[in-house]
Design a protein around this ligand. Structure first.
Ligand SMILES: *[C@@H]1O[C@H](CO)[C@@H](O)[C@H](O)[C@H]1NC(C)=O
Ligand SMILES: *[C@@H]1O[C@H](CO)[C@@H](O)[C@H](O)[C@H]1NC(C)=O
Ligand SMILES: *[C@@H]1O[C@H](CO)[C@@H](O)[C@H](O)[C@H]1NC(C)=O
Length: 418
């Protein structure tokens, strides 16, 4: 072989290797760009499905039970939007027209917020962990049914959350995320407060467990809420927060979203209240009531449920949100905190007493079943809720449902049929 041939061969080999290298690099860059655009394809698809359902349909469970009305349900949103639009164009100049158009913009804003929220969930990489409940203290069969319901609920939430988490951004928001969680160090409990879902009695129980009181019945409403006896999780340093999150039994008690909303409305607006009337009532009447009387504008008393809902759904609320009607998903971050125990207001006493057994509370400590404010009023149950929902139009009901969509989804609630 000639020396020049050998040089040629070497050059060819070199060029070939270089070309493969460049091609490989290009392929790599292309793939990376593609992956960034399509993080988890199936997750995205699912999310899209849910968002589509959000705008069009009632709860998937509802459809399963009433397949014949599916097309009616699917048309609901379209029809309602046109109705609103129609009303809007007729009443362009009136405040009601503005409210109607605000409701429409509210819908798309809610969808955006739901999207953003689901995206945020995807960005937090606490892969949801499901720790088994420690049942070593449960000695009898009495709790069997309650325990089964509990496990179902835990798996249900876990499955929902698993679809939406993937990457870690937790630390930045950690403190805010735990700001509604109360700490009981003796029995190692974390309790996230959801107002209007039995939280006063829960705080009483935590105070008794902590040795701050001898009986739940001896603690007044004001001592519970303004006493500052119980510590919140955000009062600890980062390490204190993380240790407790990882080792304590974390619990949340939830309630049907509409029941919670109606209950909050009745409690805050149908009884004299020196905070909610002047702060929320006044602003609500001023913005949403046509020809409001001087007296109502001055006191803020007598807000109607419909007016309250207009405020709730308004993208330009005249006053901010309040924990009593804030979504549970924003108060307690159920998909990030990984609650060990999910109680429901609908089965409050059984769930709570089972929880007390699990954590080894004194045998004589039982969850109190009293209602300490407006105790003569009928409790807000589904029948009462229906009466209130009847005051709303179909659209307003649908938008209210959309507003609490994640709460419905996470805890397997269904929209009441009015
Ligand atoms: C379907 O919905 C309509 C009203 O939207 C109602 O009158 C009818 O009874 C429903 N049908 C079934 C099968 O649920
Ligand atoms: C379960 O609880 C019991 C009693 O509180 C405790 O002794 C045991 O170590 C716990 N088991 C686990 C796995 O945490
Ligand atoms: C969800 O709710 C439906 C209807 O209330 C019920 O039949 C079903 O068992 C629930 N699923 C879980 C996992 O709790």
């Amino acid at each position: 072989m000639q020396p020049s041939d050998r040089v040629m061969n070497l050059r060819q080999v070199f060029v070939t290797v270089l070309m493969f290298g460049v091609a490989g690099l290009l392929l790599f860059m292309y793939l990376q760009a593609w992956i960034e655009e399509h993080p988890t394809v199936s997750g995205e698809k699912l999310q899209q499905q849910i968002i589509n359902q959000d705008s069009k349909l009632p709860h998937p469970e509802e459809l399963a039970t009433a397949p014949k009305n599916q097309s009616a349900a699917a048309n609901l949103n379209k029809r309602q939007t046109t109705v609103i639009m129609g009303r809007h164009s007729q009443e362009q100049a009136s405040p009601l027209g503005e409210i109607a158009s605000s409701l429409v913009s509210r819908l798309s804003e809610q969808q955006k917020m739901t999207k953003a929220f689901l995206k945020q969930l995807k960005q937090v990489n606490l892969p949801p962990v499901m720790r088994p409940l420690n049942k070593s203290l449960i000695k009898d069969d009495r709790w069997k049914n309650i325990d089964e319901a509990q496990e179902k609920r835990r798996y249900f939430l876990y499955d929902f959350c698993k679809k939406y988490s993937s990457e870690n951004r937790l630390r930045t928001h950690l403190v805010r995320m735990v700001s509604r969680i109360y700490v009981e160090d003796r029995h190692k409990i974390l309790y996230c407060e959801v107002p209007k879902a039995g939280c006063s009695n829960w705080k009483r129980i935590l105070m008794v467990l902590n040795g701050l009181a001898s009986s739940a019945y001896s603690i007044s409403h004001d001592a519970v809420h303004y006493g500052k006896h119980l510590k919140k999780l955000d009062s600890y340093d980062l390490k204190g927060i993380q240790t407790r999150l990882n080792t304590y039994t974390k619990t949340i008690f939830v309630r049907d979203p509409m029941e919670r909303l109606v209950s909050a409305f009745r409690d805050k607006f149908e009884h004299p209240n020196s905070y909610y009337h002047p702060v929320f009532g006044k602003a609500i009447i001023k913005k949403y009531r046509l020809n409001a009387r001087e007296e109502a504008l001055k006191t803020g008393s007598g807000v109607k449920f419909k007016e309250f809902v207009w405020y709730l759904l308004d993208s330009q609320r005249p006053v901010g949100m309040d924990i009593h009607w804030e979504q549970i998903s924003k108060l307690c971050y159920p998909c990030l905190i990984n609650y060990d125990f999910i109680g429901k207001f609908e089965t409050l006493e059984e769930d709570a007493n089972y929880f007390l057994q699990l954590i080894g509370a004194p045998a004589e400590l039982k969850f109190p079943n009293f209602k300490d404010r407006h105790s003569s009023d009928e409790r807000t149950n589904m029948e009462v809720v229906r009466q209130y929902l009847k005051e709303l139009s179909d659209t307003e009901r649908q938008l209210t449902y959309d507003f609490y969509y994640l709460d419905y989804l996470m805890f397997n609630y269904t929209m009441p049929i009015v």
